[in-house]
Design a protein around this ligand. Structure first.
Ligand SMILES: [Zn+2]
Length: 129
């Protein structure tokens, strides 16, 4: 299984499970449940977020307070803590000393399962040494 590479195996595996392309025509990478490419999924999530009552008014108020370019300064400590907790939960599989390696591998285009295999192998090797 580790010798498989490229689109051949991935295409064959996903063809029967979910559509290969977003309605916009872009290929879908990863295992997202939305059936959309990442830009479309992000846009759709943003649309849902802004449809909540008061969401646009809250953004406008934050923009008036901090300026549009500094909107991130409006993030509250509670919001930041919530995001950090969600991130910690999402990254619980990866030991902290391998987070940089994980980022590097992700930028190089390795999928989650591949990165998990590699990092677990690295950690096991380090534990034996
Ligand atoms: Zn799309």
């Amino acid at each position: 299984m580790t010798a498989t590479n490229g689109a051949g195996a991935a295409g064959a595996a996903s063809a029967s499970e979910k559509p290969c392309a977003c309605p916009c025509g872009a290929p879908i990478t990863g295992r997202g449940p939305t059936g959309m490419c990442k830009p479309c999924a992000t846009r759709a999530a943003r649309k849902v977020q802004l449809a909540k009552p008061g969401a646009i008014e809250k953004l406008r108020e934050q923009g008036r307070r901090t300026g549009a370019r500094n909107i991130r300064l409006a993030h509250t400590p509670e919001g930041k803590a919530k995001a950090a907790a969600a991130n910690a939960q999402r990254m619980a599989w990866c030991p902290t000393e391998y987070r940089d390696l994980n980022s590097t591998l992700r930028r190089k285009g390795f999928g989650l399962a591949e990165r998990q295999d590699m990092i677990r192998a690295e950690a096991a090797k380090a534990a034996r040494a």
